[in-house]
Design a protein around this ligand. Structure first.
Ligand code: FAD
Ligand code: NAP
Length: 868
């Protein structure tokens, strides 16, 4: 150890090489330096500013405050620090937060390792020496083994992208670079361009000083009153009684702030419940509350509209002039897809006689002039121009440095089409390079104090682990990184976010690649992933060093996020293994589960009836599309392992199929095992096909436009009756739609091994179903295992398989065997889905695009309707 308590550099590493360089001295950089030092690493910090603080150093505009309650937006790593600092307000001001970070820097003596007023401009990886070679704005060259960018997600202001911006001769200010000495705006004519959080916080205060204030608004934003005041007593009390439990609750919450998650859905909640929840969120003045009024508001446009309209109603109730109120009312994006704001008196400011709103959607800016702003309709002369125009968020500071990794690859090149990271922490090709709260991590969607601590802890723990294991480099594998990027995109795809032109989507900076930059799976889910990666020996990473090489190509999350959520919910509810229940109990259990699910989309008509079966009448339920008929007909057999289910058990899926494919869907019941064993179900299915084909016109169908379809065991029956109809010389079929079908009885495929546990349909449950359905010696019969039948001359097939389904491989085998027998086959492989998830209509939203795809392919099996 050296005198300062810092460990000597590692053996074999040149003495001028520091263990780590940390760029940035905001929340992230400060905590990093502290942890690295504590863990015995040598570290140097570089910061462009002349002091610590980061965001809170630069953004000194009037009204700048946090929008996460400060008791939560604070360090939690040291109880002593928490005891030593008391926040004065619910939402502290910028000066107070800056003082806090200065206090932290003093308390842990962090400034001594930071070189201020110095930018890191370039970083080049030397693969032979396994060091990063950095160059700073002062010309200093620094070598380090680990290079950590704690450079902030909102630290690079967006360049003014307005014609004539350099012509203005008055005072130009930017909220993100507000002069330290403050600005006296008394009696001056001020223009503010931009109505994001910075604009919305500063406008009421600027209005208090300015003689005239003109606000140039391109996009109105949603804002709710912050209701600032003393730090909330209930939170302080929880912190006082059990600080650690309170902090843990934040760490394991979705947003990084303790709070209850609701399962109330906006679309279905009674009006009085909606109203009560909305008013409560408005009164609470917290992002957590207004973003969590309904469970589905971020996913379902109808639910979102309830929240949006509520806020618009509030705007109308505050702003006196109806035209101004309407101009302030967001209508071009869903609530929450741009970061909502917390304000103090924002909307009421527009009632002041000297404040004017200019709606740039109606009258765009044509140019900035020497004396002010010209729009298509008017010229505005002003003394002061304030840009509140935002940031090159998430990636701006990272690609702002010339980072060159292995084999000359630059970060800018690699990210030219959008960022690519593993866990938002690292990027393949850039060994030993870390980003704190980088793209692909919850970062800006969370309480960043919590996310920063989590990342810093992960990075430091990782460096300690490497040291302990005799490893010197770490880098993600391409497979792991691609898997994570896919997961990040999957999570965003089911939300409303991709519809917005937000900075989350990179849409605010001209030319920036459009993608959803942060990870929306939640702070809790993300923490679980990062912990798992570490616990499983750095899953998805390649580690190298004198101790050897270790590589794991595993992909840490492949399930669609909502599929995972359903599985987790069932696990939390302690659902017993389904195969542990006798059939009667299993049927009751499934009925109860089905009773609680959404019914699926509206259809034109639902008709119940019976048709003659070999052992008595068979019930059916018919779903007719809203469009005028006649329609093609789909004869549908429900899933349930030939043991459970009936003509209504797959109703949401049947409705969905009916509407998407514009077909009549006739869902028929059949006899079940163990009471009526094989071949009872097959005989019933045969009879149903016979009858439906003969009664197509009465059912509102087009004669001969008939397809057999089914899910799981029902798909088994559909495949079987298609073979038997061919052998019997009819009825003629246009095709067969087989959704995750049972096609064989062997139960020995790779997917049985890989997915036999944990995805609801287990290998054990399939054995239970086969045993209830069919004697072992009958299971090779093609009417039980259609894969073993003659597959020539069958109607075209659409076969859908799910990645995490024990039946996946037999579905694929059936598609391949059909194709080999000359049958046209469309194979839809549903990535990240399970056997049951695709039919969970309106529960598993990520199933919708797959169902849309299969409906399109189903529709293509029928001839085009003749032009009228
Ligand atoms: P920063 O605080 O941005 O610090 C990064 C530092 O790196 C900067 O000081 C910068 O000068 C320096 N730097 C960058 N590149 C280089 C380089 N190449 N060389 C040298 N130095 C460099 N988040 C919340 O969770 N809650 C809030 O209430 C909240 N309010 C916010 C209000 C405003 C006005 C803004 C802009 C952001 C807000 N945020 C909020 C997000 C905020 O950025 C984070 O909460 C947090 O402060 C980020 O800390 P950081 O250390 O990661 O980055
Ligand atoms: P922002 O949300 O990106 O808002 C920028 C505003 O400027 C938008 O209204 C934008 O309009 C407008 N704009 C940009 N370019 C323009 C142009 N050429 N012409 C006209 N208008 C233009 O930026 P921000 O307000 O600085 O906030 C960024 C983020 O920082 C926030 O979302 C939040 O995460 C954080 N922040 C938090 C707080 C807080 O309350 N604690 C305060 C400030 C910032 P368009 O929408 O049409 O692009």
């Amino acid at each position: 150890m050296t005198e300062t308590g810092v460990r000597d550099a590692q053996p074999g590493v040149q003495s001028d090489v520091v263990d780590a360089v940390v760029v940035g001295a905001g929340f992230a950089g400060l905590y990093l330096l502290h942890r690295l030092r504590e863990a015995g690493f040598t570290a140097r910090g570089f910061e462009a500013a002349d002091d610590v603080g980061g965001t809170w150093y630069w953004n000194r505009y009037p009204g700048a405050r946090c929008d996460i309650p400060t008791v939560d937006y604070t360090f939690s790593f040291d109880p002593e620090l928490e005891r030593a600092w008391t926040w004065s307000e619910k939402y502290a001001t910028q000066p107070e937060i800056l003082r806090y970070l200065q206090f932290v820097a003093d308390r842990y003596d962090l400034r001594r390792d930071i070189t201020f007023e110095t930018r890191v401009d370039r970083a080049v990886w030397d693969d032979d020496a396994e060091v990063w070679q950095l160059r700073t704005s002062t010309g200093e060259e620094v070598r380090c083994r680990y290079y950590v960018m704690a450079t902030g997600c909102l630290s690079v202001p967006k360049e003014p992208d307005i014609e004539g911006a350099d012509r203005f001769r008055g005072t130009v200010l930017a909220t993100s670079r507000w002069p330290h000495e403050g600005v006296d705006l008394t009696g001056r004519r001020v223009a503010v361009i931009g109505t994001g959080s910075s604009g919305i916080q500063s406008i009421p205060l600027i209005a208090q000083e300015a003689a005239e204030l003109t606000v140039f608004q391109r996009t109105p934003n949603f804002s709710i009153p912050a209701r600032n005041g003393p730090a909330p007593a209930d939170r302080l009390e929880r912190l006082r009684t059990d600080r650690e439990a309170y902090r843990e609750a934040g760490r394991w919450s979705g947003l990084g702030v303790p709070g209850e998650k609701t399962d109330i859905r906006g679309a279905t909640a009674p009006e009085e419940v909606r109203r009560e929840r909305l008013e409560a969120a408005w009164e609470a003045g917290e992002l957590n509350a207004i973003l969590g009024v309904f469970a589905d508001q971020g996913l379902d446009p109808a639910s979102n509209e309830i929240v949006s309209e509520f806020i618009r109603e509030k705007i109308r109730s505050i702003v006196a002039d109806p035209v101004t109120a309407e101009a302030l009312s967001p209508r071009d994006h869903f609530f929450g897809t741009k970061r909502p704001c917390l304000d103090t008196g924002y909307y009421a400011t527009f009632n002041l006689p000297h404040v004017r709103l200019v709606d740039l959607r109606r009258t765009p800016i044509t140019t900035i002039t020497e004396t002010g702003v010209d729009t298509t309709e008017e010229s505005f002369d002003v003394d002061v121009l304030v840009y509140a125009t935002g940031f090159d968020a998430m990636t701006g500071a990272l690609v702002g440095v010339d980072v060159t990794g292995r084999d000359g690859l630059t970060l800018r090149e690699k990210w030219a089409d959008g960022p690519s990271t593993y866990l938002g922490l690292m990027s393949e090709g850039f060994p030993n390079f870390f980003a704190v709260t980088g793209p692909g991590s919850p970062s800006v969607l969370s309480n960043m104090a919590v996310s920063i601590e989590q990342h810093v802890d992960w990075v430091t723990d990782c460096l300690v682990d490497l040291r302990d294991r005799g490893m010197t480099t770490i880098e993600p594998t391409p497979a792991a990184e691609a898997g994570w990027n896919q997961h990040v995109a999957d999570c965003a795809a089911i939300t409303l976010h991709p519809t917005a032109n937000s900075w989350y989507m990179g849409a605010n900076v001209p030319g920036k690649p459009r993608a959803f930059y942060p990870y929306i799976g939640g702070v809790d889910a993300y923490r679980a992933v990062s912990d798992e990666v570490r616990e499983r020996g750095y899953l998805g990473f390649r580690l190298r060093g004198p101790a050897g090489e270790q590589r794991s190509d595993d992909v840490v999350r492949q399930l669609q996020p909502d599929v995972l959520a359903v599985l987790q919910t069932l696990e939390e509810q302690g659902v017993p293994p389904l195969e542990s229940m006798p059939p009667a109990q299993l049927r009751e259990f499934m009925d109860a589960l089905n009773a609680a699910r959404p019914l699926g989309p509206e259809v034109g008509e639902v008709v119940d009836g019976t048709l003659p079966g070999p052992a008595g009448p068979l019930r059916y339920r018919l779903f007719r599309p809203p469009s005028p008929g006649p329609h093609p007909v789909v004869l549908y057999f429900h899933g349930g392992g030939w043991v459970i289910g009936d003509e209504v058990s797959d109703e949401p899926f049947c409705r969905d199929l009916c509407v998407r494919a514009d077909c009549v869907v006739v869902s028929v019941d059949y006899r079940h095992g163990p009471e009526a064993r094989y071949p009872a179900a097959v005989e019933d299915a045969d009879a149903a096909l016979e009858w439906v084909a003969a009664h197509a016109i009465e059912l509102g169908g087009i004669p001969d436009d008939l397809v057999v379809a089914g899910w799981s065991a029902g798909a088994n029956l559909a495949a079987v009756v298609a073979q038997r109809a061919r052998d019997a010389g009819g009825p003629a079929l246009r095709g067969q739609l087989l959704l995750t079908p049972v096609t064989d009885s062997a139960m020995t495929t790779g997917s049985y091994r890989d997915n036999g546990e944990g995805y609801l349909l287990t290998a054990g449950l399939m054995r239970y179903f086969w045993d209830a359905y069919c004697d072992p010696e009958q299971r090779t019969d093609p009417a039980a295992a259609p894969l073993r039948g003659n597959l020539t001359d069958l109607p075209p097939a659409v076969v859908v398989t799910a990645q995490f389904d024990p039946l996946r491989d037999e579905g694929i085998a059936y598609a391949e065997a059909l194709r080999a027998a000359g049958v046209p086959v469309e194979h839809v492989a549903a990535r990240g889905h399970t056997h049951t998830s695709l039919t969970m209509v309106d529960v598993v939203l990520s199933g919708a695009p797959v169902r849309e795809d299969l409906a399109r392919r189903l529709r293509a099996l029928f001839p085009e309707p003749a032009a009228v």
